[in-house]
Design a protein around this ligand. Structure first.
Ligand code: FES
Length: 581
C-alpha cells in the first residue's frame, strides 16, 4: 500500500490467468472471494481458514496484503505464491491459477490397442477417400494441401489434431483447457449458466475461441494456413456438443432425456465461427442421451464392438460421468452414471488430472512407496491411474479395511493429520512440488470407493437388463483420462472393473479424439457412427429401481459380495494382520 492514495469508493481490477477473466473488487476483498466472484474453480479444503494450503495463487503483477500462515513455505512465498484466502486486494493485480498451467496438460492421443487395430477399425484401405461431403470445395490440383481437423471437446480439456486428408496422417496436435471453465467446472454448472441467452452465447464463444486457438497452434507448428482446412470432425459430450452448436443444453436434463441430435450434425465453419476455410464442413458426432454424447458414439468406432455380431463387449469411459455401452453390431444398451471426478483428480485432496507432476504409478513394498511422476519432476498430486494403484495396494496389503478405513497400527508413521482428517502419507513435504505433505485421506478413499461403486453397479445393471453376466463379456474397452498406465489388476482388485480374464481388457486412450479422427478418414465411418447412435438403447439409471441396491453393494472393497471377485478374495484371504471388519 506504500505510496498509494485510495479515494473513497475506489476499486481494483483483478485479472486471472490463463482464463483472462477480470473482476473489479473493493479494497480488502480476499483473493479467494475474488476468484469465486470470477466464477473460477479453486480448491479451498479448509474453507478459507488458511490452514490447508490448497488455495495457492501466483501473483504476476501488483501487490496485496497477505497474512502469514504455516501452510505455505518460504520458498513458494518468495516465488510470488500466496494463499488466496489470506491475501487481501490492495492494488490492481494479475494472478495466475497454478493448477491451470497450459503446458502441463498431457494429451493422450493414442494407445497400443489403436495402433495394433488401426487398419481393422479405420474403414479405409490405402489412400484416404476424401470426404464426399466436401467434394465441391476441395481443390482439384494435386499439389494443394487438404487438411482436416479432428477435435475432442472435453468439459475440462480440448484436443485438436491437424490431419493431412490426402494421406490420413496427423501433422500436429495441440491441447488446452476449455475456457468455459470460468463459467463452471462441470456440465451441470454450465447448463445452469447457459440459461440466459447472452450467457449461452458467451459459452458458445468461449468454446469456439478455445478450438480456434488450438487450430492456430497446430497450423503454426507446420507453417500451414487455415484456408487449407476443409473438413472438421468434432466429438464431445452432449452438453459440449450443444454449446458448440449454440443450442440450449437444458433439455438434456429433462424427462424423457431424449436428444434432438441423434444423427451427426453438419455445419459450415462459417456458421460456427471456426477458423478454417469458410466453406469447410464441420461434423459433430451424434449424441444418444443426456450423458451419452458424441465422445461415446465416436469412441465406439475405435473398437471392434461395432463390427462383431457374435461376441458381447463392454465399452467404459470413466470420467466425471461414467458412460457405458454394452452389446455388439446388432444391439447396444447404454447408460451413464454420476461417478464423480475422483479419478480425474477432483473431489480428493491429493488428486490431480493426468498432467505433468502427477504420480501415475505407485507401488507399495513393505511400507516403502515407489512412484513414477509424469514429466519426472517433484510430485504435485496423484492422477487416476496412480489413485487406482494406491487404493489397491492399501487394500490388498491391509492398510485399509474393506470399507476404506485406515489400519492405523499397521500404517504407523505414515498416518498423517490433515485439515480433512487423517490419511496415509504418500510423500513428505520437502520432496513435493507444493512443499506440503502429499496425503490420501480417509475422505479421499471414501470418494474413490463411491466412484468405483457407481461404475461397477452401472455395469452390473446393464448386464442384468439384457440377462447376461460378467462371464458373457468377451472384451472390455476402457476409454478415458486415466492416463495410459492404468493397471487392470489393481482396477479389478478395488472392484472398479469385473473380475474376468485380464486379457479381455483393452485400454483405448483418448477414444473420443481417435473416433473423430476415424470419422475424418472415411465416409464409411461417418455412416457407421450414425447407425450406431440409432441402435443404442439408453437406460436412465435414475429411474431404475435396482440401481441403488447395486450401488450400495459396491461401496466396499472390492464389493460386499466377495464371490463376484474370486481372484481378489484369494489375495485378500492371504493378507497377514489384515484389519477386522
Ligand atoms: S482455503 Fe486457503 S488455506 Fe485452505
Amino acid at each position: 500500500m506504500k505510496g498509494k492514495v485510495l479515494f473513497p469508493g475506489s476499486r481494483f481490477k483483478v485479472r486471472f490467468l490463463p482464463f483472462d477473466v477480470t473482476v473489479v473488487v473493493a479494497p480488502g476483498t480476499s483473493l479467494l472471494d475474488a476468484v469465486t466472484q470470477a466464477g473460477l474453480p479453486i480448491k479451498a479444503g479448509c474453507g478459507g481458514g488458511g490452514t490447508c494450503g490448497d488455495c495457492l495463487l501466483l501473483i504476476k503483477s501488483g501487490s496485496c496484503r497477505v497474512r502469514p500462515s504455516a501452510a505455505i513455505s518460504e520458498n513458494l512465498r518468495t516465488q510470488g505464491y500466496v494463499l488466496a484466502c489470506l491475501a487481501e486486494v490492495s492494488d490492481n493485480l494479475t494472478v495466475h491459477l497454478p493448477q491451470f498451467q497450459e503446458m502441463s496438460i498431457q494429451s493422450i492421443t493414442d494407445s497400443t490397442f489403436f495402433r495394433e487395430h488401426r487398419d481393422e477399425v479405420s474403414g479405409c484401405c490405402g489412400p484416404v477417400a476424401l470426404p464426399e461431403i466436401v467434394s465441391d470445395v476441395i481443390p482439384s490440383a494435386t499439389d494443394k494441401n487438404i487438411f482436416g481437423i479432428a477435435c475432442d471437446v472435453g468439459t475440462t480439456t480440448v484436443v485438436v489434431q491437424l490431419v493431412d486428408l490426402r494421406i490420413g496422417k496427423v501433422l500436429s496436435t495441440a491441447s488446452g483447457y476449455n475456457h468455459q471453465l470460468k463459467c463452471g467446472e462441470d456440465v451441470v454448472s454450465r447448463i445452469h449458466y447457459a440459461q440466459k441467452p447472452e450467457r449461452l452465447l458467451e459459452l458458445n464463444n468461449l468454446i469456439v475461441a478455445t478450438i480456434n486457438r488450438l487450430i492456430q497452434k497446430c497450423l503454426e507448428s507446420i507453417h500451414g494456413i487455415f484456408l487449407d482446412i476443409y473438413f472438421a470432425s468434432v466429438s464431445g459430450n452432449t452438453t459440449m456438443t450443444y454449446l458448440l452448436l449454440n443450442m440450449n443444453p437444458l433439455d438434456i436434463q429433462k424427462d424423457p432425456y431424449a436428444s434432438a441430435m441423434n444423427r451427426a450434425r453438419f455445419k459450415t465453419s462459417r456458421e460456427l465461427g471456426l477458423k478454417m476455410n469458410p466453406e469447410a464442413v464441420v461434423l459433430c458426432a451424434p449424441v444418444v442421451g443426456s450423458y451419452v454424447g458424441g465422445d461415446i458414439t465416436a469412441g465406439l468406432l475405435c473398437t471392434p464392438l461395432l463390427r462383431e455380431a457374435e461376441k458381447v463387449s463392454l465399452f467404459i469411459d470413466v470420467g466425471t460421468n461414467g458412460e457405458l455401452v454394452m452389446g455388439n453390431k446388432d444391439w447396444m444398451v447404454t447408460c451413464a452414471c454420476s461417478a464423480g471426478p475422483a479419478f480425474e483428480g477432483g473431489g480428493t485432496k491429493c488428486g490431480m488430472p493426468a498432467a505433468s507432476g502427477a504420480i501415475e504409478r505407485i507401488q507399495l513394498n513393505k511400507g516403502n512407496i515407489e512412484y513414477r511422476v509424469l514429466g519426472n519432476g517433484k510430485p504435485r498430486g496423484v492422477c487416476g491411474s496412480g489413485l487406482v494403484d494406491l487404493l489397491s495396494a492399501l487394500f490388498v496389503q491391509g492398510y485399509v479395511d474393506r470399507s476404506g478405513k485406515l489400519n492405523k497400527e499397521k500404517a504407523g508413521f505414515r498416518i498423517a493429520d490433515t485439515e480433512r482428517g487423517e490419511g496415509f502419507l504418500i510423500e513428505e513435504a520437502d520432496r513435493c512440488y507444493w512443499e506440503k505433505d502429499l496425503v490420501i485421506t480417509e475422505n479421499d478413499i471414501a470418494n474413490l470407493i463411491r466412484t468405483k461403486g457407481a461404475v461397477f453397479s452401472a455395469c452390473s445393471l446393464l448386464l442384468k437388463n439384457v440377462g447376461l453376466t460378467f462371464k458373457d463379456l468377451d472384451a472390455v474397452y476402457i476409454a478415458g483420462g486415466f492416463g495410459q498406465y492404468l493397471n487392470i489388476e489393481n482396477a479389478v482388485s478395488i472392484g472398479l472393473f469385473p473380475d474376468i480374464a485380464r486379457d479381455r481388457f483393452h485400454y483405448l486412450g483418448n477414444s473420443s479424439l481417435l473416433g473423430a479422427f476415424l470419422i475424418l478418414l472415411s465416409d464409411k465411418n461417418r455412416d457407421l457412427v450414425n447407425e450406431t447412435a440409432g441402435k443404442m438403447t439408453y437406460i436412465e439409471l435414475n429411474t431404475e429401481p435396482d440401481y441403488m441396491n447395486e450401488y450400495t453393494g459396491s461401496l466396499f472393497l472390492p464389493h460386499t459380495d466377495m464371490s463376484l471377485f474370486p481372484s481378489v478374495k484369494r489375495v485378500f484371504d492371504n493378507i497377514e494382520d489384515k484389519p477386522l471388519n
